[in-house]
Design a protein around this ligand. Structure first.
Ligand SMILES: Cc1cc2nc3c(=O)[nH]c(=O)nc-3n(C[C@H](O)[C@H](O)[C@H](O)COP(=O)(O)OP(=O)(O)OC[C@H]3O[C@@H](n4cnc5c(N)ncnc54)[C@H](O)[C@@H]3O)c2cc1C
Length: 501
C-alpha cells in the first residue's frame, strides 16, 4: 500500500507550481510528479521570457512588484495603465464576436491579485525594458499592455516558484511519468505511472500542459498542416493529462482549431532548446516582422504585418506562415531597422541572408520566386506613405501596400542597404482546447458535473484563449488557475462540498 498524499500534482511548470504553493499554504501534503528529468523539469515555463500580462490601474501599482525599484530608469519609465476593461477588450478582440468566457473573466479579475500573491512567495519581477518599450524624448514608453517579467525570465520564475513550493514542504519527483488516473466509485483517487506503479491521493491536479508536442494529436485536433509545425518549447507536453481525463468522461472544451503559434527560424530544431545560454532562450522566435515585410515562396505578402502591436499579432502569424506554400516565408528588412530588431535576430545561430541590394538578396533566398518578390517589394516601396513619420511607440498610421493587403503601421521603404532576409516557419507554442473546469478548478464531465477529486490548471484548461492571444497571458493564466485549483483541492479534504459552485 503506497502513502496517501493529500494532493498529487502532475507537471512542474508554472501552473503546477502555483497549485502546489497554494495547496501547501493550506497545510496539505503535496507530491508533484514530473515526466522530465531535473534539467527539463519546468516544461514550457522554463522556455519563456517570463512576461506576465495583468491589469493595473496606475504606474505606481507596479512599483511594489519590482525587484529593483531603485533602477535609475524607473523614474523615466512611463508604464501607462492597463485596466481590467482593456485586458477584457484585448481578449474579446480574439473571440470572433463571442462574449468573454467565464475563464477569461476569472483570468482578468484575478490577474493583479495573483501577481501580488506570487510576490508574497518571493517571486520578483522586472520591467521588460528591451522588448516592450521604446525611448522617446527621454521617456521610456511601454506599449501593448505588457510591462513586467519574472526576474531571470522563465528559468527564474521556475526556480523562484520551486523554492517557494519546497519551502512550504512540497516534494518534486522528476523522471516520474503520469500515465493514467485511478478512479474508484466515480472519484479520482490516485495516478498510475508509466512504469505501472501507482500513487494514491485524495485529489489529483492535472498541470501537465497541452498537446502541442504530439504530432498526431496536432494533426487530429487542429488540422493536417500542423504536422509540419516546429514546437517552440518542451517535447514533453504530449496531451497525456487530456487523454486520461477525456477517457473518464471529462468534457472537451475550448477552441481546438486555434493555438498559439509564432513565426520561428525555419532552420530551428523540431523542439526548443534549453541548452542555449541564458538570455538567448528566445532566439528561434522571429517576431519583428512589423518592422519589415513577409513574403511567401511565390514572392507575395500574405498578412498585414503592421495591423497592430506585435503583442496582438505574433501568436496568430505562426499559423499564417504555416499555411503558406512550403510552410515557410522570408522576413525582409533593410539596415534602417537592424538596431530595432529583437535581439534574437542577432544571436549566433540566427539564420539569414544578407546583400547590398534587394535583387541580390532575393536571389540568395533558396526556394523564393525572386522575380515575383522583387515586383512585390518594388510596388510596396512605391506605396509607402512618406508624409507620415515612423514611430514604433504608437500605431503611427504610416501605411503601405495595395487595397487588397495594406501594411497599416510602421511601413518604411526598403531602401537602405545592406538588406537581410530571415527564413521562417510556424512554431506552435501551446494549444487552446482542453478541459472544462468549474470556478474552483474542478474538472467537469460531459454533463457539466464535477469529477470528484480531479482538478486542472495551466495549458490544459480550455476556454481561456479562443482565436488568439494577447502576449504574456499564458503564465498569468497558469498562475491564476493554479492558485485556484491548489486551494480548492485542499478545501475538499476538509470535508466541504466539492460540487460546483
Ligand atoms: C518559447 C516559449 C516562450 C513563451 N513565452 C511566454 C511568456 O513570455 N509569457 C507567457 O505568459 N507565456 C509564454 N509562453 C507560454 C507559457 O510557456 C505557457 O503558457 C505556460 O508555461 C504553461 O504552463 P503550464 O504549467 O501549463 O505548462 P508547462 O510549463 O509546459 O508545464 C507542464 C509540465 O508537465 C510535464 N508533463 C507533461 N506530461 C507529463 C506526464 N505524463 N507526467 C508528468 N509530467 C508531465 C512537462 O514535462 C512540463 O514540465 C511561452 C511558451 C514558449 C514555448
Amino acid at each position: 500500500m503506497s502513502d496517501l498524499w493529500d494532493v498529487i500534482i502532475v507537471g512542474s511548470g508554472n501552473a503546477g507550481l502555483t497549485a502546489g504553493i497554494a495547496a501547501c499554504e493550506k497545510g496539505a501534503k503535496v507530491l508533484m510528479i514530473e515526466k522530465a528529468d531535473q534539467d527539463m523539469a519546468g516544461g514550457n515555463t522554463k522556455y519563456t521570457a517570463g512576461a506576465m500580462r495583468f491589469a493595473y490601474e496606475t504606474s505606481e501599482a507596479l512599483i511594489p512588484l519590482l525587484s529593483h525599484p531603485d533602477d535609475p530608469r524607473v523614474p523615466r519609465a512611463n508604464f501607462g495603465t492597463y485596466t481590467e476593461d482593456k485586458f477584457k477588450a484585448d481578449l474579446l478582440g480574439f473571440n470572433d464576436g463571442a462574449p468573454l468566457t467565464p475563464e477569461q473573466e476569472t483570468l482578468v479579475s484575478k490577474s493583479y491579485a495573483t501577481m501580488h500573491w506570487l510576490a508574497g512567495h518571493g517571486v520578483t519581477y522586472e520591467p521588460i525594458w528591451d522588448r516592450q518599450s521604446f525611448e522617446k524624448e527621454g521617456e521610456i514608453i511601454f506599449w501593448g499592455g505588457l510591462t513586467l517579467a519574472a526576474e531571470n525570465e522563465g528559468v527564474g520564475l521556475f526556480e523562484m516558484e520551486l523554492a517557494a513550493f519546497e519551502r512550504l514542504g512540497g516534494q518534486l519527483r522528476t523522471n516520474t511519468e503520469f500515465a493514467d488516473l485511478i478512479v474508484k466509485d466515480g472519484a479520482v483517487c490516485g495516478v498510475i505511472l508509466a512504469d505501472g506503479s501507482t500513487l494514491d491521493a485524495t485529489s489529483v491536479i492535472l498541470a501537465c500542459g497541452g498537446f502541442e508536442s504530439s504530432t498526431q494529436m496536432r494533426a487530429d485536433l487542429i488540422g493536417a498542416e500542423w504536422k509540419h509545425a516546429k514546437v517552440r518549447g518542451t517535447p514533453h507536453n504530449t496531451g497525456d493529462g487530456l487523454m486520461a481525463a477525456w477517457a473518464i468522461g471529462a468534457q472537451k472544451y475550448g477552441r481546438f482549431d486555434g493555438c498559439h503559434a509564432t513565426p520561428m527560424d525555419y532552420f530551428m530544431k523540431d523542439f526548443g532548446n534549453l541548452d542555449i545560454p541564458h538570455g538567448e532562450r528566445k532566439n528561434y522566435r522571429k517576431i519583428s516582422y512589423f518592422l519589415g515585410v513577409m513574403l511567401n515562396e511565390n514572392g507575395a505578402r500574405f498578412v498585414d504585418e503592421g495591423i497592430d502591436f506585435r503583442n496582438y499579432t505574433y501568436a496568430q502569424f505562426g499559423r499564417a506562415v504555416l499555411q503558406q506554400p512550403g510552410h515557410r516565408a522570408w522576413q525582409i528588412f533593410d539596415a534602417k531597422v537592424f538596431d530595432l530588431l529583437y535581439a534574437e535576430y542577432r544571436f549566433h545561430d540566427a539564420h539569414f541572408e544578407q546583400a547590398d541590394d534587394l535583387p541580390a538578396l532575393l536571389a540568395k533566398c533558396d526556394g523564393l520566386d525572386a522575380d515575383a518578390a522583387l515586383a512585390t517589394l518594388t510596388a510596396y516601396n512605391a506605396s509607402v506613405d512618406t508624409a507620415v513619420s515612423f514611430d514604433p511607440t504608437v500605431k503611427d498610421g504610416k501605411s503601405a501596400g495595395s487595397a487588397n493587403l495594406s501594411k497599416s503601421n510602421w511601413a518604411q521603404r526598403l531602401d537602405t542597404g545592406p538588406y537581410r532576409a530571415f527564413p521562417v516557419t510556424g512554431g506552435i507554442t501551446f494549444t487552446y482546447g482542453g478541459l472544462k473546469i468549474s470556478q474552483t478548478g474542478q474538472v467537469l464531465d460531459t454533463d457539466g458535473a464535477a469529477i470528484q477529486g480531479l482538478f486542472a490548471c495551466g495549458e490544459l484548461v480550455g476556454g481561456v484563449f479562443l482565436n488568439g492571444y494577447p502576449g504574456g497571458s499564458g503564465l498569468t493564466s497558469g498562475a491564476v488557475f493554479g492558485r485556484i485549483a491548489g486551494a480548492a483541492s485542499v478545501e475538499g479534504l476538509e470535508g466541504s462540498d466539492r460540487s460546483v459552485s
